[in-house]
Design a protein around this ligand. Sequence first.
Ligand code: ZN
Length: 469
Amino acid sequence: MENPREKRSSIFVDVLLLTAIFAILFSIIFFTLIDKRFTFAEPQNEIGITNISPSSETTESESTFPGVKIITDISNDPFIPFAIQYPLTLHELFNNQIEAYIEIEKNEYISQMNEKGKFNNEQVGELNISFETYSYIDAYYSFILTRTLSIPGEETIQTVNTYFLNNKTGDLLTIRDVLSNNDDSLQTFSAQLQALMQDHESFAMIDSDQINIMAAPSWKNYECFSISEDNLTLFMHPIEDALAAQPLTIKVSLSSINTLLKEEFQIQMEDEMQVIVDPNSGSGKRIALTFDDGPHPDVTPQILAILEKYNAKATFFMLGSRVQYYPDIARDVFKGGHEIGNHTWNHPVLTKMSKAQILKEYTTTEQAIVKAIGTNSTIFRPPYGASNSLVKSTIDSPQINWSIDTLDWKFQSAPKLLPAIKNTLHNNAIILMHDIHLSTADGLEDVLQYLRGEGFEFVTVSEILNDKE
Ligand code: ZN
């Protein structure tokens, strides 16, 4: 039955297979050796062979934060002193990660000190790692580890490492878990951060080109952060001379980036869905489109172009902090015949503020608007529609919220814009959108086309309010 040719060829296959196996084995051994050689060439391992490790004492103590213990590791070795503190939680994954970090830093320091010791035993260095803990809405802990490393003959280095822990689940969260993980949010956050940093005294010594690089839209730039009270704090190392410099911190109020946050971090606002103007009042079918939180260098011009195409007038509720940076765009909006509204300087929750603070938010924004367009705004909208009697009595301008919320900031999807409006469409509707999301600009043409087809005229908010008959 057996065909000799087949047998021959099967022997040939066997030989081929064996050769292949040997070749693979050989390369595995070869590359492992190569790898080892490179590893051995690294200074800390070469020194590691003769490293003198200082004896140190580790103690565990309670902290004031539930579920968080403090580990203290102190070496009193006169030549290799160190003092290290780090948190120990109920979550093993987190503990392993932080212990790995501590281990690396400690070994690196000991290696470097051993190397120095070869030449001079008198030189004393120092490694100090300390940490701060902040809690946020019961579930989250921010741990900020500050490391100060001083090696004799070298400049002292200070670096910051942060961990954001969900203490209920044990999950470690990155900045992408806090901000909506999409490109639109990233771009908007970056623009807001750049504007904040340009204004901040800590960054006064850094030129604006470098600030723009430090805050450029890349998640990597924001990976070192903490959240406490109502602020997101970012720790940023200047690009130039990064190791020698101390990290700079910038605080961003969560309310100013509320629309960019993942839902669990958002400030929940009252549902403002209500008919503000009687649908049956006025003459004819009218709609007031409103765009908040701009101006934006890319989105606002795109929206202006679409509005012009349909000869539609709209209302733009602008933030003073953004008008300041984009006065030309504010001017273009005004020249296009649209209404300009004041939406505060920095988008805070006004109902949590004092009268003086509320007034400052309003007047600084008015100043920026006047500077940009040569005249005052004609209408005011409080951020999140959050208002109370103090806000109403402090700001002497008509206040208006909306009757249709498109939730464009939440969906960030062009095809979802029109359905959101269609669902609750009514005459004299005041529609809430945001000219900081490209998805809103992309979905706008469908909206205008549809509403035009339904016989609506597009007017400003004041036109609807002033013509109730
Ligand atoms: Zn807003």
